[in-house]
Design a protein around this ligand. Structure first.
Ligand code: HDE
Length: 697
């Protein structure tokens, strides 16, 4: 048979013509298509039939094996954090912590450790959109020389609940409702608000969730937090409390709500695409790792409990010390094998780091290992390439489904004396360098006994919610209040919205009033508090807008061109944008061969209908006079400009394009500029513009 033939047309019986379709493959032995048993496949297009018109024969092992494997391609998606994207990279130590921890990766400045990082939304299924209002997962697997350490964090430093026993309730409440199967990837519905309004401990997290923290512009522009208090342990066995922070090199950036909704319509994969493309073009996402270090005496002096995952320690109280940087520089080769099969677990910890008694953390230590067995189907999931440590690992655990290792010899137990008989006795314990647990008692648990209780200070549910509110800019407060109004406006259960507003009165009366007014309900009395809230000093670190970096690095700038667009401005703009570290993205009525003012032909990166302005950080309207005339009759062009303005972005434009700006309702302000000044403007959002554009609560 001719291996290179693409099509053979065979004259069939009864005068019919049948296509016998074959694809050629490379001629190297490695290139041959085979079955999973290594048998070369001669025809991957046609099943084996009895006669030309069938039926298909059961004997066809090539067909059966292929369809059998396909039928089983899906594994259960993660019960939470189902939708995610991940990348490879490294962590590099910039400041040694050798006096504080023996953890190998924190010893020698300049040394690098490979990492695999997965970002995720929480509530939606694996095929849901990238930009709902939701918390984002930020899970890092460090492949250290002393084993794998997983720092499984989120982009918000607190959580909804204080005790793991409430997690199934929380997740049931936020996911699509049990009878109707909707809404997908949204917290704006009855059961979520019913639950959290009955759980005052959620209030602090709700403040974060209703802020723009849950609308990140990109994974590259969000912070990450380990949330819980952990411990570092040094060579003397002395332990120090630690909280982990990831700080994005590009600074914090978020979307505005209307923009995130419109992105859902334009590009479901907005965040996934952003991180993949950034790595592909060499703009490697980067974060600094910071630690807050403190001792028991400081913990005891705080008016909140450091074991309570609904509390932060403001950076102004315990500063964040930067100790390293993380760079993501390689995309996965295969989404399923790596991103789907990666199994994070907060219990994966290395010598020199230890857990605290945070009851949320303690529950997580069980959940992740358990869920991986369900998801990946075998206790041997740690042998998958993405999960396997990059240092040697050996023990006496044996067998199980999908065992990939072939242990030699008779030693599958210890102690044994096989070594004394000339055989391999297997590995031994390491009393000095092995992992040991800190025997510290975290101060508070001396009361003893087996109790289903919470420490007294956990009952303060409002002081830090108030601290968060006080730390925001006016614009951020308006976003928070409006988000509460939007979400609660979707609630149909009687009594839920007033109950939530009653809780908000304990945070701040002005917030509660704005939400009640936005909903059109009477302001309810404040709900009863279990512990009187206190006033804490505001913290600038909690605000996004106070931490924006006016940089063009990593941003994407849309340029709308047409026939006769100014060629000089076009090339200058592209050069300036690129030089500033951003990506110019050309949008046109057509994609190919657009004649510019000097007769040269330009190609667009996308057609106007496929590239609405919500996909860009700033836009430039590079239309000629005649082109502007045509675009005045084009709804997509008017929306392009109107939405850029509504999403508080810089709009650069040629004087000739002014009629289009007028038609789109653009009012000149500091963000509406000509060629000069565009690069500076494009690095910012113009929040001052917002009150004149939309009613905020
Ligand atoms: Fe998770 N969480 N979680 N979680 N979590 C999972 O493990 C759980 C919590 C976080 O990209 C699951 O592999 C419990 C806090 C991330 O693969 C599951 C509790 C924080 C990811 C699970 C929490 C997180 C998960 C589902 C309350 C921030 C995605 C699939 C005690 C510090 C990891 C899986 C990835 C995933 C349980 C609360 C972060 C079911 C019981 C707090 C980033 O095991």
């Amino acid at each position: 048979m001719d291996d290179t033939a693409k099509f053979d047309t065979i004259a069939g019986q009864g005068g019919e013509t049948h296509q016998h379709v074959r694809h050629s493959g490379p001629h190297t032995p490695e290139g041959h298509l085979t079955t999973n048993q290594g048998i070369r496949v001669s025809d991957n297009q046609n099943s084996l039939k009895s006669g030309v018109r069938g039926p298909t024969l059961l004997e066809d092992f090539v067909l059966r094996e292929k369809i059998f494997h396909f039928d089983h391609e899906r594994i259960p998606e993660r019960i939470v954090h189902a939708r995610g994207s991940a990348a490879h990279g490294y962590f590099e130590l910039t400041r040694s912590l050798s006096d504080i921890t023996t953890a190998d990766l924190f010893q020698r400045v300049g040394e690098r450790v490979p990492v695999f990082v997965r970002f995720s939304t929480v509530a939606g299924g694996a095929g849901s959109v990238d930009t709902p209002r939701d918390v984002r997962g930020f899970a890092v697997k460090f492949y250290t020389q002393e084993g794998n350490w997983d720092l499984v964090g989120n982009n918000i430093p607190v959580f909804f609940i204080q005790d793991a026993i409430k997690f199934p309730d929380l997740v049931h409440a936020v996911k699509m409702e049990a009878d109707r199967g909707y809404p997908q990837a949204a917290s704006a519905h009855d059961t979520f608000w019913d639950f959290v309004s009955l759980m005052p401990e959620s209030t602090h997290m709700l403040m974060w969730a209703m802020s723009d923290r849950t609308l990140p512009r990109a994974f590259r522009t969000m912070e990450g937090f380990g949330i819980h208090t952990f411990r570092f342990v040094n060579a003397e066995g002395k332990s120090t409390f630690v909280k982990f922070h990831w700080k994005p090199k590009l600074g914090l950036q978020s979307l505005v709500w209307d923009e995130s909704l419109k992105i859902q319509a334009a590009d479901n994969d907005f965040h996934r695409r952003d991180v993949f493309e950034a790595i592909d073009r060499g703009a490697f996402p980067e974060w600094e790792l910071g630690v807050q270090l403190f001792d028991q005496a400081l913990a005891d002096s705080l008016p909140y409990d450091v074991l309570d995952a609904t509390k932060i320690i403001p950076e102004e109280v315990v500063p964040v010390t930067i100790v390293g940087r993380m760079v993501l520089d390689r995309n996965p080769d295969n989404f399923f094998a790596e991103v789907e099969q990666v199994a994070y677990c907060p219990a994966n910890i290395i010598p020199g780091i230890d857990f605290s008694n945070d009851p949320l953390l303690q529950g997580r230590l069980f959940s992740y290992l358990d869920t991986q067995l369900k998801r990946l189907g075998s206790t041997n999931f740690h042998q998958l390439p993405i999960n396997a440590p990059k240092c040697p690992f050996q023990n006496f655990q044996r067998d199980g489904q999908m065992q990939m290792q072939v242990p030699r010899g008779r030693a599958n137990y210890e102690p044994n004396s096989l070594g004394a008989h000339g055989e391999d006795g297997g590995p031994r314990e390491c009393p000095v360098t092995g992992f040991t647990t800190v025997s510290a008692r975290d101060g508070a648990d001396e009361q003893g006994g087996k109790l289903r209780v919470r420490p007294e200070m956990f009952a303060d549910h409002y002081s830090q919610a108030r601290l968060f509110w006080k730390s925001q800019t006016d614009s951020e407060r308006a976003h928070i209040a409006s988000a509460f109004v939007f979400e609660l406006s979707k609630v149909t259960l009687q009594g839920v919205a007033p109950r939530m507003v009653a809780n908000l009165r304990n945070v701040d009366d002005e917030l509660a009033t704005r939400v009640a007014d936005g909903l059109g309900i009477d302001l309810p009395a404040a709900s009863q508090v279990a512990r009187e809230p206190i006033d804490l000093a505001p913290s600038d670190a909690l605000s996004i807008q106070k931490n924006l970096k006016p940089t063009l690095q990593g941003r994407k700038i849309g340029i709308l061109i047409c026939k006769d667009s100014d060629a000089t401005v076009f090339s200058q703009l592209k050069a300036d944008i690129t030089a500033a570290g951003a990506t110019p993205f050309v949008v046109g009525g057509q994609i190919h061969g657009i004649p510019l003012s000097d007769g040269s032909l330009a190609d667009a990166d996308a057609q106007l209908l496929g590239a609405p302005s919500q996909l860009f950080d700033a836009v430039f309207v590079l239309l000629s006079e005649a082109g502007t005339g045509r675009h005045l009759k084009e709804a997509a062009s008017i929306e392009w400009v109107m939405n850029a303005f509504g999403h508080l972005k810089a709009i650069g434009h040629m004087p000739e394009a002014q009629p289009l700006l007028d038609k789109a309702g653009v009012v000149r302000d500091a963000g509406v500029v000509g060629v000069d000044g565009f690069i500076a403007a494009a690095a910012q959002r113009f929040f001052d513009r917002e009150p004149s554009l939309r009613t905020l609560a």
